[in-house]
Design a protein around this ligand. Structure first.
Ligand code: OAD
Length: 233
């Protein structure tokens, strides 16, 4: 593979699938088990906070039963050994990139292990359940919610991401269906600015035709292979 100096990587639920975390849109996936409007919108939370807090408490607790897979570990190796600039952006709210060894991960859709206080608007690291409405560690108000970006809300760090997309020479999308904007538009943004674009996914995604190249297969195989290529090993 040609030498690249500035790489932006976007990951989605597919990179964590082999670790045992359900994706959203597969058969039997999260959005078949739950209605998006109920558990992933501010309106759903206002209507039934108990249901929403319980949904995210369960997902947070489930993280202790899963482990990072070779795809997460390969991206951590890339971060350690790549001599150029690397920005790893994930849509995932799990912590498997960090536990796989990545030090710098931008969670554009928030994190299960973070709490957002609707009173003081501060974000705090959070491991415990929220269902019993514990106080915010900063302002003490019992108004914590999952620090997860819901439909209708603005993802985190968009300015930084778009800046990186404007200047990268390679954009790689891993394990995402390309169904949710703004992340689904990153490939066009990078390509319009001259970057090479590569997709690694189990099956063709909604956005496959937008990429210069698509490689199909499980992330645990494709990602380590691609990282080996980039690092020249
Ligand atoms: P999806 O569930 O929409 O898509 C997962 C993609 O991963 C699919 O294209 C699968 O083919 C692929 N996949 C499954 N197993 C794989 C494997 N072992 N290796 C490689 N690829 C695999 O999940 P996302 O694209 O991440 O947002 O969903 C995007 C956003 O929609 C999520 O962040 C979430 C959701 O609604 C919010 O909640 C705001």
């Amino acid at each position: 593979m040609a030498e690249f100096e500035r790489i932006v990587i976007l990951t989605g639920a597919g990179i964590s699938a082999e670790s045992g975390i359900d994706t959203f849109r597969s058969a039997g996936g999260l959005w078949e088990q739950h209605r998006v409007e109920d558990v992933a919108t501010p309106e759903g939370f206002a209507r039934d906070p108990h249901l929403v807090l319980n949904f995210y408490d369960m997902r947070r607790a489930a993280l202790s039963k899963v482990e990072p897979n070779p795809a997460h570990e390969a991206l951590a190796r890339l971060e350690r050994e790549f001599s150029g600039e690397l920005l790893l952006v994930t849509q995932n709210v799990d912590d498997l990139h960090q536990r796989g060894g990545s030090g710098k991960v931008l969670h554009m859709h928030g994190e299960l292990k973070s709490a957002l206080c609707t009173s003081c608007e501060m974000r705090s690291r959070w491991e415990a359940p929220m269902l019993d409405r514990p106080p915010c560690p900063i302002c003490r108000a019992p108004t914590l919610r999952p620090d997860v970006v819901w439909f209708g809300e603005m993802p985190y760090e968009m300015a930084r991401i778009y800046h990186a997309l404007e200047t990268c020479d390679l954009f790689v999308s891993i394990g995402t269906s390309g169904a949710v904007y703004p992340a689904a538009g990153f490939v066009q943004e990078a390509r319009a600015n001259g970057a090479r674009t590569l997709e690694l996914n189990l099956e063709p995604s909604e956005g496959s035709r937008l990429f210069h190249e698509t490689r199909l297969g499980p992330a645990s195989q494709l990602v380590p292979q691609w990282v080996d290529e980039v690092l020249g090993g």
